[in-house]
Design a protein around this ligand. Sequence first.
Ligand code: SR1
Ligand code: MG
Length: 393
Amino acid sequence: MSFQKFADNAELITFARQHSPVFVPAAVLTVEEISDGNINYVYRIKSDQASVIVKQALPFIRIIGEGWPLSQDRIRIEAQSLQRAAELCPAQVPQLYYYDASRCALVMEDIGDHQSLREALLAERVVPQLAVHLAHFMARTLFYSSDFYLDSHQKKALVKDFINPDLCKSTEEVFFVDPYYDHERNNIHPALQAAAAEMWQHTALKCEVAQLKMQFLCQAQALLHGDLHTGSIFVTEQSSQVIDPEFGFVGPIGFDPGVLIANYLLSYCALGQMAGVSDHYRQSLRQSIADLWNGFTAQFDQLMASDTQDASFKQASYRQYYLQQLLADTLGFAGTEVIRRTIGIAQVAEWQAIDNDAAVGVAKGQALALGQQLILQRRTLGTIEAMLGLLDN
Ligand code: SR1
Ligand code: MG
């Protein structure tokens, strides 16, 4: 891996032209930088007829700079993960045109007609097929990369291909360490200082977080997306696209649905403090969470029954046991995502969308309390509907 930032727009244009099928030779191309995530550089290269996205991974986190180095191997992981997902759910990932190991860059389909799910939820937009699409994406990508489907050698090879230590380390720190003590990277709203200090003394909570961290470290269950928040999903009325799987590695299955559900919950908390947001829309978010979870587990269960290789894992009683464990894991990881997006280094746009600071404090306070409840009650809640009952308080 080497550091070769594209020198200028001309180089980007040449790269995009050579490595995608969308431009006619005479097309005049322009470049727009659209990096809005935390980590990489992203460009749209377009003519008046067509466009592509070029994404480049530099050897550090873009929003932090060289102070936080990060392996460029993440872009290989992203390319391979997109290819795997394209085989399993072709309608739900952008097409990868080219991956260039020496430039640490890829060229892919532009899904610029889609809106980020985070923005869509903030705009109170209803996307009818979304829960169905996301349940399908998670069930298939997770099941077909797990030991339920792969044989032992294939599974170990997958683990090896997706060793992703730098990105995992970043998650290990920002999810499971920073928020649980007075770390300098935290960003704590003044109204939450006392609640955060109280959380730092909560031994039982910290023991649960340690258990979740250990699962994240060594429970190699399936190839995860690894960062399945609502900014990694783009939607139109008919289509849902999942992008940015650079955090992919073989980890605990509950992590992906946990992160996704957490981001719906963050939107729910923020929308509750935004003027003019209808209660009906917030209720529909609760329904989306239930539909997402119930759709995901129904499909996963169906795949366990039909496509699992080992008969012992096909039994109805084992499937029921497994999915119950998965709910507990999912709620636990959801709790850690809610907490780190509320007081940690990488927060969510929802907080900035609330127009008065006192209301931000209220929304964040609700989120911080909810995150802790999710972690502490993950084994006893039992159903997604019971989890949604926490939102009534
Ligand atoms: C420094 S942490 C940056 C965050 O951005 C990514 O999208 C991941 O969520 C990561 O935790
Ligand atoms: Mg991302």
